[in-house]
Design a protein around this ligand. Structure first.
Ligand SMILES: [Fe+2]
Ligand SMILES: [Fe+2]
Length: 145
């Protein structure tokens, strides 16, 4: 929660609440779900990671800041292009470590060519897919509380 508060401060992170990611889940909720899941997996499997970088990278992995559901040619390739867009936006607001840059840039593997090199990036890749599947299956009709 401390890392989340820090990321929210002096950045555009709150804007991620304005965009839907999957089903009725906002980009902000998705990123928090992914950060929690990646952290949970690392603890359960006793994988030694830099916890701050893991959580920060996960919170910022979809920091692209636009509605990818709007119909456009650009958005039709969102799955391939948004990691670089998210990285470029995050660089404007944050000092990112090499691990955080790796996490953001390579989280869509194997859709994008390069696999994440760091343990934190691999955990993010897994947690993102688990959360995306859960959020998509939950659908659009979930009551938001
Ligand atoms: Fe993504
Ligand atoms: Fe994601």
């Amino acid at each position: 929660m401390a890392i989340l508060s820090d990321v929210k401060k002096d950045s555009r992170f709150r804007k991620t609440k304005d965009f839907i990611q999957h089903g009725s889940t906002t980009v902000m909720s998705h990123c928090i779900n992914v950060a929690y899941t990646a952290y949970y997996i690392s603890h359960k499997l006793n994988i030694k990671v830099d916890e701050e970088e893991l959580i920060r990278g996960a919170l910022l992995h979809d920091y692209f800041l636009y509605d990818w559901h709007e119909k456009s040619l650009e958005n039709s390739v969102h799955g391939f292009t948004h990691p670089l867009k998210a990285l470029n936006q995050a660089k404007k607001d944050f000092e990112l470590s090499a691990i955080e840059r790796d996490m953001i840039l390579n989280h869509m593997f194997p859709l994008t060519l390069n696999p994440p090199r760091s343990k934190e990036g691999k955990l993010l890749c897994l947690a993102d897919k688990l959360c995306a599947t859960k959020e998509t299956l939950r659908g659009k009709n979930r009551k938001v509380v």
